[in-house]
Structure formats: C-alpha cells, structure tokens
Design a protein around this ligand. Structure first.
Ligand SMILES: NC(=O)c1ccc[n+]([C@@H]2O[C@H](COP(=O)([O-])OP(=O)(O)OC[C@H]3O[C@@H](n4cnc5c(N)ncnc54)[C@H](OP(=O)(O)O)[C@@H]3O)[C@@H](O)[C@H]2O)c1
Length: 186
C-alpha cells in the first residue's frame, strides 16, 4: 500500500505509476480539489484519490487504507506527513521528497513522530541529484513505458518568458497538473 501526496503534480503523477509497476498492490494519491482527484484515478492509475481540500485528511486516508500504508512518498509535509505517520504500518517507509506546504509559510511539524519509533518506520530524505547516475537506466525504462502507453504524463504550459515568475508562484496554488512548463517564443 503506497500513498503519494501532490499526486497530480510532476513528481507525484509519475511516482504512483512507477510504484504500481514495481509491485505496489494499491496506490493512493492526494491532490487539491475534485477535478484533480478524479484525474488521479482516471489518468494516472491511482486506485483511490483523496481531496485534501475537502478536509479530514486522516479520515480520508483511513477510509482508503483501513489497514494502513507501507510506503509514503511525501511531496507536501505538514498535515500530509502527520496523516501518513498516523497510518504507517510497522516497518513502513517514508520518502521525504518535498514539503511544499511549508516553503512559504512555516507549518507545524507532525505531533505524532513517536509513532515512527513505535512502528519502527524509516523516514529518509531523498535528493534527485544523488541519483543522476541512474538516469540512463531510468530514461531507457521510462521511454519504453511512454512508448507503449503504460506511463502517462501531463504538462501545464504557460506562454512567454514574461510569465515565468507567475507560473512558478502558481504552482503553490496548485495551478499545474503534471510538470509546469514555460514555452519560449520559437
Ligand atoms: N528531493 C528532490 O530532489 C526534489 C526534486 C524535485 C522536486 N522536489 C519536491 O517535490 C515536490 C513535488 O515537486 P513537483 O516539481 O512535482 O511539483 P508539483 O507537484 O508539480 O507542484 C506542486 C503541487 O503541490 C501541491 N501543493 C501546493 N501547495 C500545497 C499545499 N499547501 N498542500 C498540499 N499540496 C500543495 C499543488 O497541487 P494540488 O493542486 O494538489 O494542491 C501543486 O500542483 C515539491 O515539494 C518539490 O519541492 C524534490
């Protein structure tokens, strides 16, 4: 059982699909709003989607994963990390990839961290730059999945270099699905 936050974003939309390909039996994603939540299931192969804007994230997670989660891929931090720690199963693993909920405004840390100890969970920070040596393997693998249609990606394209700052800031409001890109005049 794998849970991914910011699951309609660039990292999250791919992470859930790769988790499935690597053997996850059930993949749950969270995103902001019903449209994105629906897209997680329809386009990105998630089994269940949580709309964190609808509230009660721990309750939604418990409903989608009544026996808890084995893996959490954290792109958000804050309330999502707290909910995931609350649901983590013994010896579960949490990949700390990003914490976008706290980049602009500090958010309180999880108040249930001792559960990570009592459930002997692993929380591990991950930086993409430490894995550049695996890029050739990944590109070979992902190119095949893209070609056969079993890996689906999305892009949100904003026109003009002038809109770069606005495009960047809009990511914090969830304006993007998949990778946020700025198209330069050609
Ligand atoms: N460790 C690394 O090497 C590494 C590398 C690249 C990126 N990252 C991190 O990984 C995460 C995802 O990056 P990405 O490039 O794929 O971005 P992204 O997911 O394409 O865009 C960020 C998404 O986060 C969601 N979001 C924004 N504020 C939120 C909040 N307060 N609570 C919950 N969700 C919120 C929004 O989606 P909703 O509409 O669903 O709210 C937004 O679309 C980010 O935290 C980023 O900093 C880490």
């Amino acid at each position: 059982m794998v849970f991914v936050s910011a699951a309609a974003g660039a990292v999250g939309s791919v992470a859930g699909q790769v988790a499935r390909k690597l053997g996850a039996t059930r993949v749950i994603g969270s995103a902001g709003g019903p449209v994105k939540a629906e897209k997680l299931v329809r386009d990105f192969g998630y089994d269940a989607a949580l709309d964190y804007r609808a509230g009660d994230l721990p309750g939604q997670l418990a409903k989608a994963a009544p026996d808890g989660i084995d893996v959490y891929i954290d792109n958000v931090g804050g309330d999502h990390l707290q909910a995931a720690i609350g649901a983590i199963r013994p010896h579960g693993r949490i990949a700390m990839v990003g914490m976008i909920s706290g980049y602009n405004t500090p958010v309180p840390g999880p108040d249930n961290l001792f559960l990570a100890a009592s459930r002997e969970a692993t929380l591990r920070g991950m930086l993409v730059t430490s894995y550049f040596h695996l890029f050739p393997d990944w590109i070979g693998q992902a190119a095949g999945w893209l070609a056969d249609g079993t890996l689906r990606t999305a892009e949100t394209v904003v026109e003009s270099l002038d809109n770069t700052a606005a495009a960047f800031l809009s990511v914090f409001e969830g304006a993007n699905t998949g990778k946020m890109l700025v198209r330069l005049p050609g």
